[in-house]
Design a protein around this ligand. Structure first.
Ligand SMILES: [Fe+2]
Length: 230
């Protein structure tokens, strides 16, 4: 994908002072432009065996079901013209239902869930569709500013067919009151683009009496691009 195809107000700036860590990690020097062709230099393909059966179901890796609200998440990955992006590795990571990551760096005092690791991966199919089974992540406090809490979210990584084509973003849930005070979400300049990070509730995608359904489509280029880089 070529960055030129994404309008400038869709992705967040490297420096957004209200999002405190961007003050440290944003570039202090002028960026070095990659040669245009580097966007098309193919990298090693992700081997099929890298994704194992069940890797798209985050609820089956413990001795019993994880705590929380079970959900099915589907979506379609497309290019600027609505054409499906096939065989793209889609990875997600998230906090458990209590808002804690299964990671040594997370010392939030909410409980870990031994039945939930919060990592999933799959490939998009011939229609560009992906599907995950998971639980709804909890909100969690962070140290960005006093009383800061992140809205419920799921992190996404998409891998294209060239090393510079890895894209990351975060998906949010409809109606979350924390979105209004979240500097990560608010760092996206365009309000309409911001809303494209909110999944839609889609009951028929769920499993009757078991799981609630959500849909999150991802557009990689053009005026309707999904914000990336957060
Ligand atoms: Fe997070």
């Amino acid at each position: 994908m070529n960055d030129m195809t994404r309008p400038g107000d869709i992705d967040p700036p490297y420096l957004y002072p209200d999002y405190r860590s961007t003050r440290l990690r944003s570039p202090k020097e002028a960026l070095v432009a990659l040669p245009e062709r580097s966007f098309d230099i193919p990298g090693p393909l992700v081997p099929r065996g890298f994704v194992k059966n069940g890797d798209n179901d985050l609820t089956v890796h413990g001795r019993s079901a994880p705590l929380g609200e079970k959900m099915i998440l589907v979506g379609r990955v497309t290019d600027e013209d609505g054409k499906p992006v096939r065989d793209s590795l889609v990875e997600i990571w998230q906090a458990n239902a209590s808002g804690r990551y299964h990671h040594p760096g997370d010392n939030h005092e909410a409980p870990l869930d031994p039945n939930f690791h919060g990592i999933g991966r799959t490939f998009t199919d011939s229609q560009g569709m992906y599907r995950f089974v998971t639980i709804k992540p909890g909100s969690y406090p962070w140290q960005n500013h006093p009383f800061a809490w992140r809205p419920q979210h799921i992190h996404f990584s998409l891998l294209g067919n060239a090393p510079v084509q890895r894209l990351i973003t975060q998906m949010y849930f409809p109606g979350d009151p924390l979105l209004a005070i979240d500097p990560v979400y608010q760092s996206i300049p365009d309000a309409k683009a911001r809303e494209r990070l909110i999944c839609s509730q889609h009951l028929e995608t769920g499993i009757e009496m078991i799981a609630l359904g959500y849909q999150f489509d991802i557009v990689l280029a053009g005026a309707k691009s999904t914000p990336m880089g957060i």
